[in-house]
Design a protein around this ligand. Structure first.
Ligand SMILES: Nc1ncnc2c1ncn2[C@@H]1O[C@H](COP(=O)(O)OP(=O)(O)O)[C@@H](O)[C@H]1O
Ligand SMILES: [Mg+2]
Length: 152
């Protein structure tokens, strides 16, 4: 299967969340979603959508992990939300067991995935968000080994 690439403009938080939800519904155990983009671009909002699509109960409110690097939520599959904003060394990654998590039977979403060394995971969906203006975001999605996903 060929790689898929798509670019979408969203005009509200809700639209971005819906997009995440649509992707989340399709994610199978072992899937990794790698998110990049500036602070405030909507990575966490997209992850909240993934969680809805993965049937994480809505009494869990998903924010970026602040003091922890990783949060785990129950859902259709175990859902791991990782934020590497404060990551400093490769040792930190080993410390949190990211490698095992990504190769386990849950679904993993990673904010600031550009801080991760590429060879750590074989296949993933890359989501890059750009701030266009206050309410508009450009969202670029690229499959790297998850070509079965429906992006639109
Ligand atoms: N189209 C949009 N999609 C996502 N978020 C948006 C959009 N327009 C405005 N926003 C705002 O941008 C912010 C995104 O925050 P957040 O998801 O925490 O960013 P990040 O995790 O990338 O730092 C929120 O305050 C949200 O209300
Ligand atoms: Mg965030």
């Amino acid at each position: 299967m060929t790689r898929k690439h798509i670019e979408i403009l969203t005009h509200s938080l809700d639209e971005t969340r819906k997009l995440g939800q649509k992707i989340g519904k399709q994610l199978a155990p072992g899937a990794v979603v790698a998110l990049t983009g500036d602070l405030g671009s909507g990575k966490t909002v997209f992850v909240q959508g993934l969680a809805v699509g993965l049937d994480v109960p809505d009494d869990y409110y998903i924010t970026s992990p602040t003091f922890t690097l990783i949060n785990q939520y129950p859902g259709r599959h175990p859902f791991y939300h990782v934020d590497l904003y404060r990551i400093e060394t490769r040792y930190d990654l080993e410390e949190i067991g990211l490698d095992e998590i990504m190769h386990g039977d849950g679904v993993t979403a990673i904010e600031w995935a550009d801080r991760l060394e590429k060879d750590l995971v074989a296949g993933y969906l890359a989501i890059h968000l750009e701030i266009i203006d206050d309410d508009t975001r450009k969202i670029l999605m690229d499959t790297y080994g998850l070509e079965g996903l429906n992006l639109i």
